[in-house]
Each structure stands twice: as C-alpha cells, then as structure tokens.
Design a protein. Structure first.
Length: 81
C-alpha cells in the first residue's frame, strides 16, 4: 500500500502483484475508484485514478472522421518513403 501525501491531502493506494511467465513478479496499482489493476495512475484533479475513471482518452480517440482519414493517409505516405 502506498500513501501519497500532497499538502494536507492524503490518499491511500493499494498495490497488487502478479507472477510473470518467465519468473519474477510484476507490481500493479489498484485504482481507488474502480478497483481495477493498472500500471499507471493519473491525477488530473485532486485524486489519483485510472484513465477510464478520469475520462482520459488518447488524442486519436478525439479525432473526427476527416482527421482520422488525414492521419491514416499521412501514415501510409511515411511508410512509402
């Protein structure tokens, strides 16, 4: 368990471990809101949470149809060079 202190704000974050196929262990955070196992927690506001709980998306998820077509064409042009 981690205890994150920021000013007078304290938030406890649980951790989990899982075994790896080739031996050893992998450490994970547990999202304080949804209890999902995640590698990274974000804090765009006052509290830490996973991407889904904070409503964070990737730039490509916010693109419109025209922007997606332009991005795809740009990627194809890059491959041809």
């Amino acid at each position: 368990m981690f205890c994150i202190l920021e000013g007078s704000l304290e938030q406890r974050v649980q951790t989990q471990t899982s075994t790896c196929h080739l031996g050893g262990q992998r450490h994970w955070f547990t999202c304080p809101r949804c209890s999902k196992r995640v590698a990274v927690l974000y804090a765009p506001g006052r509290y830490f949470a996973c991407r889904q709980c904070d409503g964070l998306g990737y730039a490509t998820q916010k693109e419109g149809a025209d922007d997606r077509a332009s991005t795809k064409a740009h990627k194809l042009r890059k491959r041809m060079i």
